[in-house]
Design a protein around this ligand. Sequence first.
Ligand SMILES: [Zn+2]
Ligand SMILES: [Zn+2]
Length: 106
Amino acid sequence: MRNAIFTIGFTLLLYFSIGLHQAWAEIMEQDTTTGETEHNWIESSVNYETIYVDTHEYTYWKNFLREKRSCDIFHKIKTVVYYCDIHGHTKSESHLVEVIHSEKHK
Ligand SMILES: [Zn+2]
Ligand SMILES: [Zn+2]
């Protein structure tokens, strides 16, 4: 009889520890799945901005004379803002779209 109680007790303990282990495993699984979950990035806005970068000098010929002129360089930047509705956060990516010279020259 004592043996039986011991066996039941041991079995309960075993079940309990298995249950704990399973619960723990589930927590671990959830943690890894959220870690591995891909973001659901949705394009939310697109902005273009032109920023001044530098001024350089260029030479050109005018009436057989070599002339100097200064030209401003601008970078046209495209910024895309993405929103992830899974985690509720945003990210932005910027790319150089075009280099613009204020003067037409070669
Ligand atoms: Zn996300
Ligand atoms: Zn230029």
